[in-house]
Design a protein around this ligand. Structure first.
Ligand SMILES: [Zn+2]
Length: 140
């Protein structure tokens, strides 16, 4: 009986250890309902996927943009990410030029943003695509 307990404890601690690696404190804020994502697509590009994670005191926003139409000229540009608190006050605004990988993945490109932020329940992350360079008067 004692041995079984030790084995169970060992398995349990091994399980914790295996989660203790790089993915340890990563919490998916979209899955747990902390954050709502808003996407603003441009004429040429769609924001196809956005994930928001809390990794300790770092907020990680990952996303993908892809062409709205499979034919046509590849659209470069950038994404503007705005973070709002639960009272809809803007906390952070970032412009991120995504890495162009048109050769390998002609339809899609991805971006990752890391911010020293801890988001509370009811926050909103808005991701907008802009073609070309960012102009202040484009807003978000
Ligand atoms: Zn912009």
């Amino acid at each position: 009986m004692r041995n079984i307990k030790i084995i169970i404890l060992t398995i349990f601690s091994l399980t914790i250890a295996s989660f203790g690696g790089c993915a340890s404190n990563r919490i998916n804020l979209v899955d747990n309902g902390t954050v709502t994502i808003e996407r603003v697509n441009s004429k040429k590009m769609l924001i196809s996927k956005v994930s928001v994670y809390q990794e300790g005191e770092t907020l990680v926003i990952k996303g993908k943009v892809r062409r709205r139409f499979s034919s046509g000229i590849a659209a470069g540009g950038h994404v503007d990410i705005a973070v709002f608190d639960q009272e809809e006050k803007p906390i952070k605004n970032i412009t991120k030029h995504y890495a162009s990988r048109w050769v390998k993945h002609p339809h899609a490109s991805s971006f990752t943003v890391r911010l020293p932020l801890i988001l509370s329940q009811g926050s909103v992350v808005r991701v907008a695509h802009h073609s070309g360079a960012h102009h202040e008067n484009q807003g978000i």
